[in-house]
Design a protein. Structure first.
Length: 135
């Protein structure tokens, strides 16, 4: 079962996960832009830019989800889990392709992307269910 709390403090595990993920996103982007491992082809530079954008965006989403869930503790934490799995699959596979040159099996990247889509979908449905009912 996923963690649940009944108070209005941010969910520490999701908050830390989002902050740590954002830290990693900035470090990897800096290495990719300035370090000896910087991609040398336009295609790899595009992959890195895409990975960096998705990584930082979904890290911030995870941070925001921890805040939202502190107000809605009765809602499932599945969006947070799916954000993490999605970042690992989608972003992680792009980083591996950029920095190692390995061709990741084609199924990992789209599965990671599907997890990200599902996270947003579930969170959206949850937010509709928690919205105040019109009088």
């Amino acid at each position: 079962m996923l963690p649940s709390t009944q108070h209005n403090a941010p969910q520490p595990i999701w908050l830390f996960g989002g902050i740590f993920s954002a830290l990693v996103a900035v470090i990897v982007a800096a290495i990719g832009a300035h370090g000896p491992m910087a991609p040398t082809t336009p295609a790899l530079q595009h992959l890195l830019a895409t990975a960096s954008l998705f990584h930082l965006t979904h890290s911030l989403a995870l941070i925001q989800f921890s805040q939202w869930r502190s107000q809605n503790a009765q809602r499932t934490a599945w969006p947070a889990v799916l954000f993490i799995l999605g970042m690992l699959g989608f972003v992680g596979s792009l980083y591996v392709m950029v920095f190692s040159g390995l061709k990741i099996p084609g199924v990992i990247t789209p599965i990671g992307g599907a997890f990200l889509i599902l996270a947003w979908l579930i969170w959206g449905v949850q937010s509709l269910r928690t919205a105040p009912k019109p009088a």
